[in-house]
Design a protein around this ligand. Structure first.
Ligand SMILES: Nc1ncnc2c1ncn2[C@@H]1O[C@H](COP(=O)(O)OP(=O)(O)OP(=O)(O)O)[C@@H](O)[C@H]1O
Ligand SMILES: [Mg+2]
Length: 299
């Protein structure tokens, strides 16, 4: 783990020297997770009543290699301990400078498939299972939602329902879980104009509502990639902290650079190099850009 962190620091330095605006500070890494082979559990039979409590299969989470309260000493748990610490400090106003809406944390990436949902979910699980923080995980990737699927849960009302119906209340669609401190806001009923809704005034109002009503919670937004559509950039303007997930082997340096440029105004940006492999040599992956992760404050 520490050598991964050192590698990540070195890589960030290389990035900086290559002219990419990467702010200072620490580095860490998320290694590829190798799930245990298990037969997928059938979706739990669920009564049609409006029960807002769902049960996460913690053994399945552990077997799939996610952060889980059942496996507090796993490698993945260790990695997210490192990642979450500064995010929590900022969210709780204990960082170097107070951050407006520091408790609103968006997880995004330059392009699709870099590991946004994986990182958003693990971060939420990590914060909720160990510390005195309550977490709300919002599936704001409304065009390609995946949080409920990753958790083996059936579709449920959520964000889009709130955006199309101004009488619907957040408390009606939030899902409590068997991890006491974790609640979920699913993406909700699919809608043909889902992406427009995400950038709508209704969404601005909803985020303001979340920030006001849940100021003591850490709210993590899984979101669309920054370079493919614009709504993620709109969402970014409301966030106190943004985690940019970068696929260690696939993402192009230019894409990272452009993605960071689109979120310049966010006070805290963190970069996570995902699928980082320990022991890989210099220049591994593409064009000398490596694996590991770093984050920083300011721009
Ligand atoms: N560190 C990791 N170790 C193992 N598997 C990973 C890791 N990160 C991501 N994955 C897997 O890679 C795939 C893509 O990740 P994920 O769905 O999180 O990406 P995404 O950025 O949310 O994609 P999309 O843009 O489609 O929403 C998933 O199957 C996920 O489980
Ligand atoms: Mg996703």
């Amino acid at each position: 783990m520490s050598s991964l962190i050192e590698q990540a620091s070195r890589r960030l330095e290389q990035l900086r020297q290559a002219g990419v605006a990467v702010p200072d500070i620490v580095a860490a890494a998320v290694a590829p997770v190798v799930p245990e082979p298990v037969a997928p559990a059938p979706p739990p039979a669920r009564p049609s009543v409006v029960s807002r409590q769902v049960d996460l299969d913690l053994d399945a989470l552990t077997a799939a290699g996610f952060v889980s309260p059942n496996a507090p000493r796993s490698q993945i748990a260790d990695q997210y301990r490192v990642i979450k610490r500064p995010l929590i400090a900022n969210a709780m106003g204990k960082g170097a400078t107070p951050i407006v809406n520091g408790n609103l944390i968006m997880v995004t990436s330059a392009v699709a498939g870099e590991g946004k949902s994986f990182n958003a979910l693990n971060l939420a699980l990590s914060i909720a299972t160990e510390l005195n923080n309550t977490v709300m995980l919002v599936d704001a990737d409304v065009a390609r939602p995946s949080i409920l699927r990753m958790l083996g849960l059936p579709a449920s009302r959520g964000l889009l329902d709130l955006l199309v119906d101004d009488k619907a209340d957040l408390s009606q669609v939030l899902l409590r879980t068997n991890i006491d401190k974790l609640t979920l806001l699913p993406s909700g009923t699919p809608h043909p104009r889902a992406t427009e809704l995400l950038a709508s005034d209704a969404m601005n109002t909803l985020i303001a509502d979340i920030a006001r009503r849940y100021s003591d919670r850490i709210v993590i937004f899984d979101s669309p990639p920054l370079l493919l559509t614009t709504e993620s950039r709109v969402l970014a303007t409301h966030m106190g902290q943004i985690v940019v997930v970068v696929h260690a082997e696939k993402t192009l340096r230019n894409d990272v650079q452009h993605a960071l440029a689109t979120i310049e105004s966010c006070p805290v940006k963190m970069m996570v190099l995902n699928q980082a492999k320990a022991g890989a040599g210099e220049g591994y992956g593409y064009g000398g850009y490596g694996q590991g992760y770093g984050y920083g404050y300011g721009s």
